[in-house]
Design a protein around this ligand. Structure first.
Ligand SMILES: Cc1cc2nc3c(=O)[nH]c(=O)nc-3n(C[C@H](O)[C@H](O)[C@H](O)COP(=O)(O)OP(=O)(O)OC[C@H]3O[C@@H](n4cnc5c(N)ncnc54)[C@H](O)[C@@H]3O)c2cc1C
Length: 257
């Protein structure tokens, strides 16, 4: 398969690029993707917020693969740019004329001290995983008083809005249930403002004020202590400890190894 276009990853990017190339008339498009399931990740926020079932975010990979695109069901483990070939996990290789690399971003759960032990139980969840998003909704439903912590890590992450959106969905649910006043909500953001675009930042400040959310800017959770149900927050004035009844945490993320 020399001279064709090879796309690594059949996520949102890979499938979209493959579809556009097919529509533009290319007949030599190959997608290298190991997973049998394609996840529409933006919906996971609504799963965590109780507005959608997790099954609605999953499709079989075969059903989203554009017609006429060749699907190689394997993971790419190496790219040799001189020989123009992608080496596959199961052995074998695929040659290319052009290569599109879109394997997504990886979740580094263990880069936040205590997170791997805490997440999925101990009142901690994360919409950044299809299996955990329904747990977020369970925690929101079961919380009727106490302290709720929502946090975003520093560094690049997919969907800069997702760590905030779940806080607003939760707060609105608690408002509907009449328990909002009994829950102390903290939103921990590493950024100096609530959003990089000033017009959006000022709207979000109003939203947070309306729900009584305490916003911690230039701050980050640096440790989770599941047995004590508390998190350590590092902000501009140093470290402090926040107890939590429930917490929605987002793992640090990085380019795939
Ligand atoms: C909770 C949450 C909420 C979000 N909300 C929004 C939103 O509201 N709006 C928005 O625009 N975006 C949102 N996003 C972000 C959006 O989902 C991502 O930006 C998008 O999925 C990125 O597409 P991608 O194809 O780069 O990566 P992915 O969709 O993650 O796909 C990567 C694919 O590459 C495959 N892969 C990985 N490694 C290899 C390998 N070595 N070889 C071959 N294949 C490989 C994986 O199996 C996967 O199928 C959200 C994300 C999350 C997690």
């Amino acid at each position: 398969m020399d001279g064709g276009i090879v796309i690594i990853g059949g996520g949102t990017a890979g499938i979209s690029v493959a579809a556009r190339l097919r529509r533009a008339g290319r007949r030599d498009v190959t997608v290298v993707e190991p997973s049998a399931v394609h996840h529409y990740q933006p919906l996971w926020t609504l799963v965590g917020g109780g507005r959608a079932p997790v099954s609605a975010a999953a499709r079989s990979m075969a059903s989203v693969m554009p017609r006429g695109v060749r699907w190689v069901r394997s993971a790419a483990v190496e790219v040799d740019p001189f020989a123009r070939r992608v080496v596959l996990r199961e052995g074998g290789e695929v040659g290319y004329g052009h290569l599109v690399v879109c394997p997504g971003i990886q979740l580094d759960w263990d880069r936040l001290d205590g997170l791997p032990e805490a997440v999925g139980h101990s009142g901690v969840s994360s919409n950044y995983s299809a299996t955990l998003a329904p747990e977020t909704w369970r925690l929101i439903r079961e919380t009727t008083s106490g302290t709720a912590v929502f946090a975003m890590p520093s560094g690049p992450i997919k969907c800069g809005g997702a760590p905030q959106k779940i806080a607003y969905l939760a707060a609105d649910y608690w408002r509907e249930r009449g328990v909002l006043g009994r829950i102390d909500i903290h939103l921990v953001l590493p950024t100096p403002t609530m959003f990089a675009v000033p017009e959006y930042a000022s709207v979000l400040e109003d939203v947070a004020r309306r729900y009584g959310i305490h916003v911690h800017l230039e701050s980050e959770i640096v440790q989770v202590r599941p047995s004590a149900r508390e998190v350590v927050l590092r902000g501009p004035t140093g470290e402090s400890v926040l107890p939590y009844t429930m917490a929605h945490l987002v793992p640090p993320q990085s380019a795939p190894d």
